[in-house]
Structure formats: C-alpha cells, structure tokens
Design a protein around this ligand. Structure first.
Ligand code: AKB
Length: 325
C-alpha cells in the first residue's frame, strides 16, 4: 500500500454495497490504499488488494490490519433481513460477533474511523410509520433488525467509553445496477428491473401497496462518504443516522417502469417477506442528517428508474453482443 494517511479495510466487499463502495473508495484514496476483504474468494475482476476474510476470525482480522497498516474500517459483512429469518442464531452470531471483532480490533489497534451500516430494519411495528423520527422507539421483529439496534448501541458504547470514532447510517433499501442484493426484503426493487428488461414481467413477493423507504446506490455511496468526511464536532448522533431517499410501493415503481416499457406486467404473490415489510417504516425523517452534515438526496423515482433501465439495458446488450469463446 502507498504511503498516504488513509488506508482502508472493507469487510463484505463482494456484497451489494461493498462492490460499489470499494470502487468509490479506491477512486478517492487510491487503489492500493483500499483492502477489500470478503468470505468469498477473490473475483476475477478484482482490481486492487484483496484478502479472503471471515469476520468471525478475529486474529486474522487483526493480522490484516497490522500487515496493511489500516487506519479506517468499513464493516459491511452481515446477513440481511429475509435470509436472517431462515437462520436466526447464525445471523445473530455473524452480525454481532463480526461487529465485536471489528470494534475490538478498532480499539486495540488504534483505528482512526470506523463505518457500520444500520438499516430501516432497526425500526419495528411500534415505531411511527410515517416520517419515522431519528429517535423513534425501536423494537424490530427480525433477528437482522435486533442485531442492528444492538449494534447501534454498541457503537455508542465504544464511542463514549473508548473514544472510538464510529459512524453509521440507517440505510433504506438500496437500488443499483452494479451489484445484486441478496437475502433482503427490499431486493424486489432491484430484481424488478432485470425481469422487466429480460422477460417483460415480474412476480413481486410484496403486495402492490407496500410502501418502503429506498435509495439509489449513487446517493447511498455519497451519503456514506460525506458522513465519513464530516468534522467529528458536527456529529450529534453516535448510534446511527436516519437516511432517506425515495419512498414508493411496488405498484408505483411498476407504473414508472411502464412509462419506458409499456408492455411490462407485474403480478403479486406475497410471501413471508410481506410481514417483515409491514413492520418497517414507510417514510423516514432524516432532518438530523440534513442538519449535521448537510445530507441531500439527488435521485427521485423518475430519475432512478431512468438510470436503472438505461444501465440494465446497456449491460444486457453488452452481454448479448459479447463473442462466444
Ligand atoms: C433488507 O431488506 O434486509 C435490507 C435492509 C433494508 O436493510 N435491504
């Protein structure tokens, strides 16, 4: 790695956010200053330093931090809401023990700044559904959500007790074309674009009128970088910041897609994820983020759908015209 001040380690770098965030951080800090890690082996297109890492392996995590002289960690590795309900104990273990290993490494090895993603899943059926406030009561239904609430409180503990500079966002469902989500309840809002372009139809696992908070990937990445760069004295939240982008229902998303693909058909076959979605907020009040570090989303539903369709169609035609080997 180069001899600059900031050297970053990302866990879960092959995940939906990790794929795009690694590239953005490499562009900003230099390829050699960002170490991507994941439990899955290196991908063919991996550009820059990569190490295979299971976040439950605390000694390997600490060895990598020392070896690469890491100064910042983005800890993204986790099991999401829907998958988490299939394996509650494993999810708790991975999400919590993984976080403890990172926090302890941060404390012991003098990490300067640490990022941990929380989620709208930290809220539950007893939180207000509309404009859910920053400090709303949080009693989530899912193991994933419980691990996020607990995680947020541990961040605050490490900040207060050890002075560790830990920062966090409650991400809405993230929509992007660069990577696929896996195991989440909001995944439909990415899948729908691929099905619309490739097959002209989609069967949604949520009901037509299920409104959820979402955000376009560009906004989510920019929010992450802006929060991580904000002066420490401006930050009033040491659990996790509410973050809002766009809220919509599957029916509204389908109608917007139909403006570009008039023959697109959506059907509904709600499954267990409906219950999870109904326990979450519909819209989020992110005024504290706007005030503390001037957060401002750039993508509305129209712009997001235009961008998604453009990129998904472009990727499809590139794949189709690729020569057979
Ligand atoms: C999920 O659906 O589990 C995630 C999330 C909202 O945290 N996308």
């Amino acid at each position: 790695m180069d001899n600059t001040d900031t050297r970053i380690l990302i866990t879960g770098a092959h995940g939906q956010i990790g794929t795009v965030l690694s590239a953005a951080l490499r562009q900003k800090y230099g390829t050699q200053n960002v170490l991507a890690t994941d439990i899955r082996p290196s991908q063919k297109e991996q550009i820059g330093p990569f190490e295979q890492l299971d976040v439950l392996d605390a000694s390997r995590l600490e060895a990598l931090i020392s070896q690469y002289r890491i100064t910042q960690i983005y800890h993204l590795a986790a099991i999401l809401s829907a998958k988490g309900e299939e394996m509650p104990m494993q999810t708790w273990n991975i999400n919590m023990q993984g976080l403890f290993n990172v926090l302890e490494a941060g404390r012991k090895l003098d990490i300067k700044r640490l990022f941990f993603p929380s989620s709208i899943a930290a809220f539950g059926p007893d939180s207000p559904k509309e404009d859910t406030p920053q400090k709303a009561y949080r009693s989530p239904l899912t193991v994933y959500g419980i691990s996020k609430v607990a995680g947020e409180n541990w961040l605050k503990y490490y900040y207060k007790r050890y002075g560790l500079d830990v920062r966090s966002l409650r991400y809405p469902g993230i929509i992007g074309y660069q990577s696929l989500p896996g195991g989440g309840t909001t995944d439909y809002a990415v899948d729908i674009f691929y099905r619309a372009v490739e097959q002209g139809e989609y069967t949604c696992f949520l009901k037509a009128n299920t409104r959820l908070p979402m955000i376009y990937m560009d906004d989510a990445i920019r929010a992450t970088l802006e929060l991580m760069e904000a002066p420490a004295q401006n930050l009033s939240i040491h659990t996790s910041y509410n973050l809002a982008g766009i809220s919509f229902t599957p029916a509204e998303l389908a109608a917007e897609i139909r403006k570009h693909l008039p023959h697109f058909v959506i059907r509904y076959a709600p499954d267990f994820r409906q219950h999870i979605a109904e326990s979450w907020p519909q819209t989020i009040d992110d005024s504290t983020a706007r005030k503390d570090w001037q957060w401002q989303p750039a993508f509305d539903l129209k712009k997001m759908v235009e961008e998604m369709l453009y990129h998904v169609q472009k990727n499809k035609s590139t794949t189709e015209s690729a020569p057979m080997l």
